[in-house]
Design a protein around this ligand. Structure first.
Ligand SMILES: *Cc1c(COP(=O)(O)O)cnc(C)c1O
Length: 459
């Protein structure tokens, strides 16, 4: 790199075969869209959005190999060869013997939690994701977040902010008594807490404590490959190992996992539950038939399963992961130059702006995170999402939470460095006029997961 390029540009390990035009709504279009959407960006039409960083879930670009795989769809209701390939791929990756497909992560969560939870159950997690928390609550159970204290400090450079506080976990298991805790969940990477990795050493600790109390450990493995990449980079002794090898070190300690293949499966739809527990697998399949479909398709087209098989493998390629994480760091470097406060260190799938430092003049009842989301859209048509009081409310695990973030999630293999530079520019301009930003009030609050469908108005 020369003086002209002070930062290393992330090198895309792919080239373009199909393109999609990027919309360019005018300022007036954006103002109108905000009003029509009741200031909830989930209500925008995609043609009103210039750069869409709402989520990295199911928004990635599939490879030529995946598109080709779709043509191999064997759409048999039962016994499709695509299921056999999918099952074999997931088995060889994870070592879990029983694989139950589902149409996405939350469907997998529904199957698992409805099969193991009872009213009064307690489910510990490093940090529950929104749908995970909602499914635990839906069973009348209580979600408990047990991430290490560093996870709540946006400034600390602690390398494993996804880690579980082992002493707190031990205390909970001891005090809850037998039968109260059907499973322990560990989310890799910790999406809610900034896409932060869980170290293998910490996960070994979780498995040890869990074994002492005879409680199974499940992984929320949505971003398991990104977690493995960060662990490979940061954890002593893991440097030379491959991504599948590091992944396997985690899976070997777990009783099972839930997966949204819309993340590290590199597809637009799909997921699964995996387990070592045969009787549980039978119950999962019964629930599957009721809610999703027959166990050899799980609410998906069979061709989707074929695309997942390819995607799961591509997600472990080092050049792919290197580029993905380099993109996040590239955006971070540009934001750092503009003095914009964000959650440190940057994790695997996006930048999480630190709302409390970004908008210190707004109070708890100003919905500051949502106000920032609205301003990023107003300034440059960038769509992001609040990850804070609005997404997590004050129910369940959220009672203990104290992070107020706005997530700029980077879709996989979609945007280039110049798109990210545009985003940094927009965020920088909003930061420069931050003192003018006013709060919002909620005009409609749905009962569950308010961020998806709530309505707002300017204060
Ligand atoms: C996306 C996600 C889920 C839910 O998956 P969907 O496919 O969106 O239903 C669960 N846990 C985590 C950590 C996630 O990021």
């Amino acid at each position: 790199m020369t003086e002209l390029s002070p930062r290393p540009l992330p090198f895309e390990p792919y080239k373009t075969k199909v393109v999609e035009r990027i919309p360019n709504p005018s300022r007036e279009d954006r103002e109108r869209a905000l009003e029509r959407a009741h200031y909830n960006l989930f209500n925008l039409r995609s043609e009103e959005v210039r750069i869409d960083l709402l989520t990295d879930s199911g928004t990635g670009a599939m490879s030529d190999q995946q598109w080709a795989a779709l043509m191999l769809g064997d759409e048999s209701y039962a016994g499709s060869r695509n299921f056999a390939h999918f099952e074999e791929t997931v088995r060889s990756l994870t070592g879990f013997p029983y694989i139950v497909p589902a149409h996405q992560g939350r469907a997998a969560e529904n199957l698992l939690f409805s099969s193991v939870c009872r009213p009064g159950s307690i489910v510990p997690n490093n940090m529950h994701f929104d749908t995970t928390q909602a499914h635990v609550l839906h069973q009348g159970a209580t979600p408990v977040n047990l991430a290490v204290p560093e996870a709540y400090d946006p400034v600390s450079d602690f390398p494993f902010k996804g880690n579980v506080d082992l002493a707190a976990l031990e205390r909970l298991l001891r005090e809850a008594g037998p039968g109260k805790i059907p499973l322990i969940m560990v989310t890799v990477t910790n999406n809610t807490g900034g896409g932060q990795p869980v170290s293998l050493e910490n996960f070994q600790g979780v498995a040890r404590v869990a074994a002492d109390y005879h409680v199974p450990v499940y992984l929320d493995m949505c971003r398991w490959a990104e977690n493995a990449y960060l662990v490979r980079e940061r954890e002593p002794g893991l440097g030379g190992r491959t991504i599948p090898d590091i992944g396997r070190a985690f899976f070997d300690l777990a009783a099972g996992a839930t997966m949204s293949a819309k993340k590290d499966g590199l597809v637009n739809i799909g997921g699964f539950v995996a387990t070592r527990d045969e009787p549980l697998a039978e119950r999962l399949k019964e629930a599957l038939i009721l809610y999703e479909g027959f166990p050899t398709y799980g609410g998906l087209a069979r061709r989707d399963l074929e695309a997942i098989s390819v995607g799961l493998t591509e997600a472990t390629q080092l050049d792919y992961l290197e580029h993905r994480i380099a993109q996040v760091r590239y955006l971070a470097a540009l934001l750092e130059e503009a003095g914009v406060p964000f959650f440190h260190p940057v994790g695997g799938h996006g930048i999480y702006l630190d709302v409390r430092r970004f908008l210190p003049h707004l109070g708890d009842d100003d919905l500051a995170g949502q106000a920032l989301v609205v301003e990023l859209y107003r300034e440059g048509g960038v769509r992001s999402v609040e990850v804070g009081a609005l997404m997590f409310g004050t129910e369940g695990a959220a009672a203990s939470r104290s992070l107020e973030l706005v997530r700029l999630a980077i879709p996989r293999r979609v945007y280039s460095a110049s798109h990210l530079a545009y985003v940094a520019d927009v965020v920088g301009r909003v930061y420069a006029r931050r003192t003018e930003i006013r709060g919002l009030r909620m005009t409609y609050r749905p009962e569950r997961m308010p961020h998806f469908t709530a309505r707002f108005a300017p204060k």
